[in-house]
Design a protein around this ligand. Structure first.
Ligand SMILES: [Zn+2]
Length: 201
């Protein structure tokens, strides 16, 4: 748009690509950044740069980490006898927000989805099994979304852990069926975690 300088237009169009930000909001944020002091704008630019260059995946749990190991895996106070299996790094935040879990995590990085042609081989279940076999794990809590793909994946992972000599549980029913774990409210998620159901051992 000719009314804006090239740099301003570039910022507006970049902001407008963010989820939930339309053109009008993008303009408002861009003008805010234009008017704000230099340090605040630089801090934002640096933070964006840092998440893209420094944040990777924990070599142990697959969650987000800066460096080899995430803060949860590195924390000696976490209960190493429990492993909570989730789909995405974001789900770790959801479970942590309940305040009702003190064990470690295993992030699958996806779900088995027959409709999308995604099979069990994409989830590296062998890595999960290795962690269970090597470690001090006594219980694996399957905390996947109560969707068709989440339920299918839960059964597949449980099957994969058969004979590993650990208790396998899943979140209690009660979370809204079909909804992603991401949108579960912390209280309901805490209940589902507390009332988890045995899938066998
Ligand atoms: Zn980790």
């Amino acid at each position: 748009m000719d009314a804006y300088t090239d740099s301003l237009e570039r910022l507006i169009s970049a902001l407008g690509k963010l989820p939930g930000i339309g053109r009008r909001s993008a303009e408002r944020i861009a003008f805010y950044l234009l008017d704000t002091d230099r340090d605040e704008a630089d801090a934002l630019a640096q933070a964006v740069h840092d998440v893209k260059t420094k944040v990777g995946h924990c070599t142990q749990c697959g969650g987000l980490a800066e460096g080899e190991t995430c803060a949860l895996c590195a924390n000696p106070r976490r209960d190493r006898s429990r492993l909570c299996v989730v789909e995405k790094p974001k789900d770790v935040l959801r479970i942590e927000a309940t305040g009702g879990y003190s064990g470690l995590y295993h992030v699958l990085g996806g779900l088995i989805s027959p409709a999308d042609g995604t099979g069990p081989e994409t989830l590296d279940l062998a890595r999960l099994r290795r962690r269970v076999d090597e470690g001090e794990v006594e219980e694996v809590v399957l905390a996947l979304s109560p969707t068709a793909d989440g339920d299918g994946t839960t059964l597949c992972v449980a099957e994969h852990l058969k004979g590993a000599g650990v208790r396998v549980t899943r979140l209690a029913r009660g979370l809204p069926t079909g909804a992603s774990l991401e949108y579960a409210n912390p209280g309901m998620l805490a209940d589902a975690l507390r009332d988890r159901q045995d899938l066998g051992s």
